[in-house]
Design a protein around this ligand. Structure first.
Ligand SMILES: [Zn+2]
Length: 486
């Protein structure tokens, strides 16, 4: 199958359409006109004069929405977005876990802000300026931008190791209001991390005040995903009620052996909450997580692998325990030697991961860290891993359910009216894949590898992935909350 680079009016014929709503696959032809889907009809229904691409034996689906990313700066630095388009992703949510690239101009970056890339990317004093830069030099994929509360703290507070004063909270609130006015989709927090850990519930409600007026979501990397996860979830739900907005539980997980199996309890809590207020979650299919190197994670993980280290660049890809044994250091000494650094932590239970992925509130989000030298494989493989392992190998998710989590469900939760479904008048974000072959290739040992079985990806009607490589087309748009996206 050779994807068309043509624009204008063309058709995908004879494919198995999985439309993103969760409805079962059906044989259908899809007519595309410029950046829109013009018609979806029975196989053989396309006009004869329209150039057609034969999709027989392939699944034709809406382009995937990566519900959780840290691609804010990578979009500008690597606009072809190969790690994402190669797994079928056409839209990314940015600014998660409390950290967004804007609004912040800073040369010294406290962790975890450095996960977003080098300091020279932090050059946007306003959120709108970053959005405008992305419009001036677009990427291959569309962007759903969130504003990070940690970024606001670092922008406004000289000392983040305390609660914000009323004046500081008011200044953060004003920055958030400006970003929402510019079209941001909501706010994220990351009170798990040092620069935000001293923020109280009241501070977050106060800073998030503009969400009451503008709408949008509240996405949270919880204060605690281990022993104290339940009170942390209750805090997030309370903030959601106070701000009258949807709560997105980021990368929902149970960390550490003591908490394995507790997803039954946390998912029940979310189900009960969902009867009272809008909630959802994002997750990826791996039993390991990744973030900055910190001992509270090392100590509850089965295994810790270094993804990058400023203190000892040679440590990347190595196991923390092996380095400790080799160097004869205790964990605090090794932390001091490696920092600042990043790591992958094997600390989740496979059964929890599968239970969460299968839950009806769960969207798919990679949470990839694009600038890591030895990244977690989720950056290149999350979506194709789900299609390989949960759909094809284990048979625990029907393909239409897995694709719904990657498309229509995410579009609904973020309020996109014209993406996420393969239906007339939706934007032409499309992925064509081979259901028998589609696979991730990125592994913990060899994490930088493109997937196989993604035969073509189109964003706003233009082909960005031809089955083997990024085409170089950069048709992505910065989406704005509540707009019909032009
Ligand atoms: Zn996070």
């Amino acid at each position: 199958m050779k994807p068309l680079s043509a624009t204008g009016r063309w058709a995908l014929t004879g494919g198995l359409v999985v439309d993103g709503s969760g409805a079962p696959p059906r044989l259908a032809d899809v007519l595309i006109e410029d950046d829109r889907i013009a018609a979806v009809g029975p196989a053989g229904s396309m006009p004869a004069d329209v150039p057609a691409l034969d999709a027989a034996g392939r699944v034709v689906a809406p382009g995937f929405i990566d519900s959780h990313t840290h691609d804010d700066g990578y979009l500008l630095a690597h606009p072809d977005m190969t790690p994402k388009v190669s797994q079928g992703i056409t839209t990314v949510v940015t600014g998660n876990c409390g950290i967004s690239l804007a609004p912040l101009v800073r040369e010294q970056l406290p962790q975890p802000l450095d996960l977003l890339g080098p300091p020279d990317l932090f050059r946007f004093a306003s959120f709108r300026a970053w959005m405008d830069a992305l419009r001036a030099t677009p990427a291959a994929v569309n962007v759903i931008p969130l504003v990070g509360h940690t970024t606001l703290r670092v922008a406004v507070m000289a000392d983040t190791q305390r609660e914000a004063t009323a004046d500081e909270a008011a200044r953060m609130q004003a920055l958030l209001a400006q970003a929402l006015e510019a079209g941001a989709f909501g706010m994220s927090t990351g009170t798990f991390y040092p620069p935000a850990q001293h923020a109280s519930t009241q501070e977050i409600v106060s800073v998030g005040g503009p969400l009451l007026q503008y709408g949008g979501v509240y996405a949270t990397h919880l204060r605690d995903e281990a022993d104290h996860i339940v009170p942390a979830m209750e805090e997030a739900l309370l903030i959601g009620r106070a701000l009258d907005c949807r709560v997105v539980f980021s990368h929902h997980k149970l960390a550490g052996g003591r908490n394995h199996g507790r997803s039954r309890e946390t998912l029940r809590l979310l189900e009960r909450a969902a009867t009272l207020q809008p909630v959802c979650l994002d997750c990826h299919p791996y039993p390991a997580t990744s973030t900055m190197l910190r001992l509270d994670r090392v100590r509850i993980a089965r295994r810790t692998m270094i993804t990058w280290s400023q203190g000892d660049p040679q440590a990347r890809g190595r196991d923390f325990a092996d380095l400790q044994a080799e160097l004869g250091l205790d964990d605090e000494q090794l932390l001091a030697r490696l920092s600042p650094a990043g790591a992958i932590y094997f600390l989740m239970d496979e059964a929890d991961v599968e239970r969460i992925m299968r839950h009806e509130l769960a969207m798919v989000g990679s949470d990839g860290l694009p600038f890591d030298q030895h990244p977690h494989p989720r950056q290149w493989g999350t979506f194709t891993n789900v299609l390989r392992t949960l759909v094809r190998e284990r048979g625990v998710l029907p393909i239409e359910t897995a694709i719904h989590k990657m498309t229509g469900l995410a579009a609904g939760n973020y309020g996109l009216a014209d993406r996420g479904l393969l239906r007339p008048d939706q934007r032409a974000d499309i992925v064509v894949l081979d259901p028998q072959r589609v696979s991730d290739r990125a592994t913990f040992e060899e994490p930088i590898q493109a997937s196989v079985g993604i035969d073509g990806v189109w964003v706003n009607g233009r082909c960005v992935w031809d089955g083997a490589q990024a085409t170089g087309a950069l048709p992505g748009r910065v989406l704005t909350r509540g707009a019909s996206h032009g």
